[in-house]
Design a protein around this ligand. Structure first.
Ligand code: S3P
Length: 445
């Protein structure tokens, strides 16, 4: 890890109207996948708009350790020369994913299909996160966990399969990381690997596999699910990938603009894949003024320009089936809910407990310490919106970038400043968050 032992606290205070035109950094999910698929393809992959956050840089490093050539040729512009499906070399050093569950779990899948043994490492947050959910299907495909921490946690040594077998797997939770790990291992298996999900999760792996030349089909399954079938052992060809702006990062300036009176912001190239836009649907239901225009797309991923204006928000009920399409956005939605009038009920949030931190507890704590009435009931989060937030609290970030950014957004409109104990982890996903927000008018000190 690159984080020093010294933490970097920061306070956000009530700010004037936020205004300007920005592009938030590239999508984290797509950035990881572009590097991994580039490394598994034959030939050259050119990526523009890559997120140069710590999580993705750790994946880039892991791809190099596994034998791919990964080079930065300009700001956010990278070239990957891949080794071909199942072509990873025996790594000579542990693969350290820092804070990133996505990088770690997806690469576990890719390694599971190769006849190599790799050590997976991470920071204290990643070492506390469950890995069995990914390892179980990978073991069914022929990989073997040689050593691990308690309960299959990191640090972990994974031996890939010599002859991976295709699998039909029903994911026990809606998780794009589990789905993607199985599909990446399935690339190396002969025959068809199928993943069935009861609730559809983000489909960037499927879209990008198609873009790189794999044969993959996705069909509806039940009311909200998908059945995805990948034909193994394709020749993946290097491709060009334009990474759209990350809607999960855009969420922070968007909510900030909604709650800071008089704000008027424009955000360009925001990815609008419907499996990622649950937050925008919810905010609109709350009365948010979010206009969308100039829709275009690249390699199956749509994007749009957003204009967001400060709005009077009201409490709503968010159904559990919407959770996969906004799983990373509940923290900042809870901030919007605190500034709304009325009760917001967010249902079915069990997966929040196993993110970079226990986000269900952390969200409640962040609000409570700033004078907001909040309750956890089973897997539901209930926020009592009173139209304003007293603030004045110190928020513990628990090595979680999204807690830090959500709390700072809250402070921009609360009665008293909101302080966070550490901003260092913001660098995992949104390195320019603080200067970008300052440029829009945010007051941090
Ligand atoms: C991601 C999937 C989600 C999400 C994470 C990124 C991905 O995790 O929370 O930030 O890129 O596949 P789960 O698959 O565990 O829900």
């Amino acid at each position: 890890m690159t984080h020093s032992d010294q933490s970097s606290p920061l306070a956000a205070r009530a700010s004037g109207p936020l205004a300007g035109n920005v592009r938030v950094p590239g999508d984290k999910s797509i950035s990881h996948r572009a590097l991994i698929l580039g490394a598994l393809a034959v030939g050259e992959t050119r990526v523009s708009g890559l997120l140069e956050g710590e999580d993705v840089l750790n994946t880039a490093k892991a791809m190099r350790t596994l034998g791919a050539k990964v080079e930065r040729i300009g700001p956010f512009a990278w070239v990957v020369r891949g080794v071909g499906v199942a072509g990873f070399a025996q790594p000579q050093a542990p693969l350290d994913f820092g804070n990133s569950g996505t990088g770690c779990r997806l690469v576990m899948g890719a390694v599971a299909g190769c006849p190599i043994t790799a050590i997976f490492e991470g920071d204290a947050s990643l070492r506390s996160r469950p890995m069995r959910r990914v390892l179980e299907p990978l073991e069914l495909m022929g990989a073997r966990v040689v050593a691990s921490g308690e309960g299959g946690r990191l640090p972990l040594t994974l031996q890939g399969a010599h002859d991976p077998v295709p699998l039909t797997y029903r994911t026990p939770v809606a998780s794009a990381q589990i789905k993607s790990a199985v599909l990446l291992a399935g690339l190396a298996a002969p025959g068809v690997t199928t993943v069935v999900e009861t609730e559809a999760s983000r489909d960037h792996t499927e879209l990008m596999l198609k873009h790189f030349g794999a044969h993959i089909v996705s069909a509806r399954e039940g009311a909200h699910g998908r059945r995805i079938a990948l034909t193994g052992q394709p020749e993946l060809h290097g491709a060009s990938v334009v990474v759209p702006a990350d809607p999960s990062s855009a969420a922070f300036p968007i909510v900030a603009a909604l709650i800071v009176e008089g704000s008027d912001l424009v955000l360009s190239d925001v990815m609008t894949n419907p499996l990622r836009t649950g937050l925008f649907t919810t905010l609109r239901e709350m009365g948010a003024s979010i206009e969308e225009s100039q829709v275009r797309g690249d390699a199956g991923e749509p994007m749009a320009q957003f204009r967001v204006r400060a709005s009077k928000l009201r409490g709503v009920e968010v159904p559990p089936e919407r959770a996969p399409s906004m799983i990373d956005e509940y923290l900042v939605l809870a901030v919007a809910a605190a500034f709304a009038e009325g009760t917001t009920i967010m249902r079915g949030l069990q997966e929040l407990r196993v993110k970079e931190s226990d986000r269900l507890q952390a969200t409640a704590a962040m609000l409570r310490v700033n004078g907001v009435q909040v309750e956890i009931s089973g897997d539901d989060l209930i926020v009592e919106g009173k139209g304003h937030v007293p603030g004045g609290g110190l928020v513990a970030t628990h090595m979680d970038h999204r807690i830090a950014m959500s709390a700072l957004v809250m402070g921009l409109a609360s009665d008293k400043p909101v302080k966070v104990d550490d901003t260092a982890f913001i660098a995992t996903s949104f390195p320019d968050f603080i200067p970008m927000m300052r440029g829009l008018g945010a007051e941090f000190s």
